[in-house]
Ligand binder design. Structure first.
Ligand code: GDP
Length: 301
């Protein structure tokens, strides 16, 4: 996979060096491997879990060579990742009883939230779904402008109001329009000002409440967007957002051009929330449905 090239080189290089000159898996190999995984942005918690599982297999097996270790590592990494029903996502299907399917998109400014919404609109539309965008990040004129550009680019209607208006009101209107026009999907952009957690909680809480006034079971999805190129910082943001609001899915962006893609493993493991999408470029085609087996495969081959 082209988009993950740098991550893969980094990952394989580090693991390769951890095992260099060793034929059997001993304590030193495991120590080296632990260091390699942490430095490849897999995160301390996830790495410790992984090493623990591998240690167990080494203990069960008595004699394990380093060639086998690669396979075991792949299996154990995949086993640690939260399962997502990726077949449905792949087709950009939405549940028939959730129409419109309302997705609240959250994340810090600059992580690629707007771009991800544009890419999702493109993919849903391509799958034959009708989409409405809601520009509920009313704090930055640029955010509304950018989402408008995506709306034009993808040919999808956008609901917006003047800058500074109430984000809840925009979300409400967007869902209403989705219902009124029989849309399949409503994608709502939100402001990501993480410097004030109380404010963030209040604002997202309010948006959720007004959405429920239109559709009691919505939002059906709260998608947290994280910038993969920020490595451990993305993990920190995931901690903060999951503490501030209920997050049901994660998108990790900018995995092209970064060696820090190992953070996807940490994110996918630590929060019990599936990574649903990965971003591998700036264009609308550059969104992939995350599949843990394919991801692990592309790291190792
Ligand atoms: P927002 O502030 O979170 O809405 O972020 P934007 O969607 O405006 O994205 C910020 C910048 O990151 C823009 O220049 C995007 O083109 C870029 N970007 C977003 N996703 C990706 C990605 O997957 N790969 C790359 N290389 N750039 C991306």
């Amino acid at each position: 996979d082209e988009g993950l090239q740098k991550t893969k080189e980094n990952f394989l290089g580090k693991i390769g060096r951890a095992l260099a000159g060793k034929s059997t898996v001993d304590e030193e190999v495991l120590d080296n491997l632990e260091e390699a995984l942490i430095s490849a942005d897999v995160g301390v918690d996830t790495t410790v879990k992984l090493i623990g599982r591998i240690e167990q297999r080494v203990a069960d097996d008595k004699y394990l060579n380093t060639a086998e270790l690669n396979t075991i590592l792949q299996q154990e990494i995949a086993a640690l990742l939260t399962d997502a029903d990726s077949e449905d996502y792949r087709d950009f299907e939405t549940p028939a009883d959730k129409k419109p399917y309302v997705v609240l998109v959250v994340g810090v400014n600059g992580v690629g939230k707007t771009t991800t919404i544009g890419k999702l609109a493109y993919n849903f539309k391509k799958a034959g779904k009708s989409v409405v965008l809601g520009a509920a990040d009313t704090f930055r004129a640029a955010a509304v402008d950018q989402l408008t550009v995506w709306s034009e680019r993808t040919g999808v209607p956008i609901v917006k109001q003047a800058m500074g208006s109430d984000p809840g009101a925009v979300a409400y209107d967007a869902v209403r329009q989705g219902v009124a026009t029989g849309a399949d999907v409503v994608l709502i952009d939100t402001a990501g000002r993480l410097h004030n957690k109380i404010h963030l909680m209040d604002e997202l809480g309010k948006i959720r409440r007004v959405i429920k006034k239109v559709l009691p079971d919505a939002p059906h999805e709260v998608l947290l967007v994280l910038d993969g190129s920020t490595g451990q910082n993305a993990l920190e943001q995931a901690r903060q957002f999951t503490a501030a609001t209920e997050v049901t899915a994660i998108a990790v962006t900018k995995l092209d051009g970064t060696a820090k893609g190992g953070v996807v493993l940490a994110v996918a493991n630590q929060f019990g929330i599936p990574v649903k999408y990965i971003g591998i470029g700036e264009k609308m085609e550059d969104l992939q449905v995350f599949n843990k087996f394919e991801f692990v495969d592309s790291l190792f081959s």
